[in-house]
Design a protein around this ligand. Structure first.
Ligand code: PLP
Length: 442
């Protein structure tokens, strides 16, 4: 890590650049809710990003923010990390995209990933993490000939229909029946998605035993949002799957290459049958992948087209060479000996420093986290499942998060935060100052 390399460089405004209000006028007309995806920030904190450098972002008004969103966890090396930028520039000159046959870059990355991902005999590329979880689930259905998938309340697996149950429920689910998160779902979709509370092995076993004839897989975020698995939870899921001939899928879109180089599988020492990845694997570019045991991955072999258990995987941008070289340059940094030790120490320092500020200001909240994940929550101990998160004071959390945005932190209200390998001691000091001012305001 070379924080000095990522020092914030001033650059002239791009030609034709507009001001903050002008951008929002255009965005209001051209984007639903003047937002991107499902995020729409209140008028007084929203901003338009002009550029990122290291651990910080600058908006079009020239204001700088310490970035704890990190491209939704993609940017483990922060913004514009020099070797990643060089790799992208170099590849752009040789070709931005190819299709149909292999390119050198995606083969090199595949070789790297097979070494790194504990459960992977093979990998298959996708464009996004959502696609990777969708293909993992399809492959489990193709392998077993069964349709149902068990997921956990509060877990997010992407934007597709199988994932759109009980992610952000306003009331607890009627297990195993989930609550739809969106309109537009096919009428019979709910029959195929079973929902259990996280960290509750008894409920998982009960649901699996009841539905085993129709159940293809359990999919789990090994560390769900900010919730750590109990020591016996992931091994218990592994055993329940083995006892009932059901596949175990780890959604490592966030945990992959973040908890450890080998992701949650290495960190918690439990192997799934199939795992899905996104974010860090493409170094900030459009790339995801599925990795798993050969017996499942080989169902994706295009030569098996036409067979009942063939699992179709295809996409225009799969194996994109720009994302592949960005991914390889990122992984090269992550392989350096003290990368994870330093990253995790930094996150511990942020949490410790923020907890002191909360306590000093008599704010009844905790700064909780693990590895490079962290969040400030109005509750008295870290959550163990989604019900705990629902019982915390979400309005107070949101108010404090928004107040921190006013003080120059880029965080999303009520959303878990990330530190990157280029956050610094100076960032922690500035974060402490911002949190202290925010605490005094709310
Ligand atoms: C655990 C998890 N799975 C899947 C996804 C979907 O990935 P993408 O947004 O790349 O489609 C996300 C995105 O945040 C995620 O957090």
């Amino acid at each position: 890590m070379t924080p000095a390399d990522t020092a914030i460089a001033e650059a002239p405004d791009p030609v034709g650049a507009m001001g903050h209000e002008d951008y929002y006028k255009v965005a209001t007309d051209s984007l639903p809710g003047a937002g991107l995806g499902s995020y729409s920030l209140p008028d007084d904190v929203r901003f338009v990003i002009r550029k990122g450098a290291g651990s910080r972002l600058q908006d079009v008004r020239g204001r700088w923010y310490i970035d704890y969103v990190g491209g939704a966890g993609t940017l483990i090396l922060g913004h514009a990390f020099p070797t990643v930028v060089d790799a992208i520039k170099d590849q752009a000159e040789r070709g931005i995209h190819f299709f149909g046959t292999l390119n050198e870059q995606c083969i090199q990355l595949a070789e790297d990933l097979k070494e790194i991902i504990p459960c992977a005999d093979r990998v298959a590329f996708t464009t996004t993490g959502s696609e990777a979880t969708a293909y993992a689930m399809r492959t489990a259905r193709a392998a077993t000939g069964r349709s149902k998938i068990l997921k956990f309340e509060g877990a997010y697996h992407g934007n597709h229909d199988y994932s759109a149950f009980s992610v952000t429920p306003t009331a607890l689910s009627n297990y195993p029946q989930g609550r739809p998160d969106t309109g537009g779902l096919p009428a019979n979709m709910a029959e195929n998605v079973l929902v259990s509370p996280y960290n509750d092995l008894d409920t998982v076993r009960r649901i699996v035993e009841e539905h085993r004839d129709d159940l293809a897989a359990i999919i789990v975020e090994p560390l769900q949002r900010i919730i750590l698995p109990d020591d016996d939870f992931l091994p218990g899921l592994r055993k329940t799957c083995d006892d009932n001939d059901v596949l175990l899928i780890f959604d490592e879109v966030v945990t992959g290459f973040r908890l450890a180089l080998g992701g949650a599988q290495e960190y918690f020492g439990v192997l799934p049958d199939i795992a899905s990845y996104g974010k860090i694997v493409g170094g900030g570019g459009p790339l995801g992948c599925v990795g798993g045991k050969a017996e499942y991955m080989d169902l994706m072999n295009p030569r098996n087209k036409g067979q009942a258990n063939y699992s179709y995987v295809n996409g225009t941008l799969h194996g994109n060479p720009i994302a592949a070289v960005a991914g390889m340059a990122t992984l090269a940094e992550l392989k350096k000996p003290s990368f994870y030790k330093d990253l995790h120490a930094l996150a511990d320092d942020v949490c410790k420093a923020c907890q002191e500020v909360l306590d000093k200001n008599n704010v009844p909240a905790i700064a909780t986290g693990k590895a490079s994940f962290w969040q400030i929550l109005f509750m008295d101990k870290p959550p163990n499942n989604h019900a705990d998160v629902m019982n915390s004071d979400a309005a107070a959390t949101r108010a404090l998060d928004l107040a921190q945005m006013h003080e120059g932190l880029y965080v999303l209200p009520n959303v878990r935060r990330f530190v990157s390998g280029v956050h610094t001691g100076q960032d922690i000091e500035d974060t402490v100052r911002a949190l202290d001012a925010a605490c005094k305001k709310i």
